[in-house]
Design a binder for this molecule. Structure first.
Ligand code: TRP
Length: 330
């Protein structure tokens, strides 16, 4: 076990889908086998989008239950709700005072909101709340509060981790060495996980396959995957096929080679390929799905895990916050 501290947050804005599994959940579970990891459900970060507390709670359970059902190591990984640790709200308030407004103006997500407004002929800040604008400060508080060395994130979050470094640097410069410098770790690319229509799998495209859809729903979704119109006899291109691109994340290398061969040789229709894909995914996910369903029917068990995680997280948070408070306020 290495000594470094790994930390990441997952925003509870949707029911986990196969793209989340391949791109985030699976690599995080692997990482938890060998590293002390703080892993939290970033419910505070969902507040600038989701206004329904029931929905935030539901997605929080879904993410926690997914991680647990997929075998997250709960010894190494401290799994908790971001909002359970009051020190993070407090630290965010303190960090505001060393964070230049200009840094926030440069944030990709804020700029994207402004660009969208400009394109629609609206005021630059229409619909932008301070939760969105100060999002990177709250995220810096997350990262710095637990002394993270490494922050595994998707490429879209890299700038936020760099902002956390910037903010830590401003703070240390004024108040003396207080924070460690976190490093963003962008996992080796899993490539784009395509959804039903071939575009990136994303809730906003309405093309997802839920991670723990039951077998008949899973089958129905897979049968709806859009393909080109090649006939069964014709050779097919695995590299542009959504079916094959999903299959390669669930099968072993011999199976992947075998299916690739069937695509390029011709003689296999897309219907058959879809059945092969369904059977593979179903066999990999059947046992975790049963455990997921059991947990979702017993949310008290999920709460117990999240509460125990919060108790562990709080120790580290309280210690850091006290040091910061003293450094700033004497
Ligand atoms: N902003 C991240 C996302 O949207 C989630 C997140 C919140 C996070 N706090 C974090 C990720 C701290 C890493 C570290 O995906």
């Amino acid at each position: 076990m290495s000594e470094k501290i790994v930390l990441t947050g997952i925003k509870p804005t949707g029911t986990p889908h196969l793209g989340n599994y391949v791109g985030a959940l699976k690599p995080l579970i692997e990482m938890s086998k060998t590293n002390k990891t703080f892993m939290f459900i970033a419910d505070l970060h969902a507040l600038n989008i989701i206004r329904d507390p029931k929905l935030i709670k539901q997605h929080t359970y879904e993410i926690a239950a997914s991680l647990m059902a997929l075998g997250l190591d709960l010894e190494n990984a401290v799994l908790f709700r971001q909002s359970d640790i009051v020190e993070v709200y407090q630290l965010a308030t303190l960090l505001m005072n060393v964070t230049p407004k200009g840094l926030m103006n440069r944030a990709h997500s804020y700029k994207a909101a402004m660009d969208k407004n400009a394109a629609a002929g609206l005021d630059a800040d229409a619909g932008v709340n301070m939760g969105l604008y100060t999002y990177p400060i709250l995220m810096a508080a997350d990262i710095l509060l637990y002394g993270a060395d490494e922050v595994p994130v998707g490429a879209d979050q890299k700038q936020h981790v760099e902002f956390a470094r910037d903010i830590a640097g401003y703070f240390n410069h004024i108040y003396g060495e207080t924070f460690k410098m976190p490093e963003p770790v962008i996992g080796e690319s899993t490539g784009i996980i395509p959804g039903l229509d071939g575009r990136k799998m994303s809730k906003s495209y309405d093309n997802i396959i839920p991670l723990f859809a039951n077998a008949s729903e899973l089958k129905k979704k897979i049968m709806r995957i859009i393909t080109d119109s090649k006939l069964p006899d014709e050779p097919k291109d695995p590299d542009t096929s959504t079916i094959f691109q999903l299959y390669r994340h669930f099968a072993d290398s011999a199976e992947i080679d075998a299916l690739r061969g069937k695509f390029t040789a011709g003689g296999m229709g897309y219907g058959t390929a879809k059945t092969i894909l369904f059977e593979k995914i179903d066999s990999v996910l059947a046992a975790p799905r049963a455990e997921y369903e059991r947990l979702m029917a017993n949310t008290a068990e999920i709460d117990a895990v999240l509460d125990a995680g919060a108790a562990r997280a709080r120790e580290s948070a309280a210690e850091t916050f006290e040091r910061v408070r003293r450094a700033m306020l004497g």
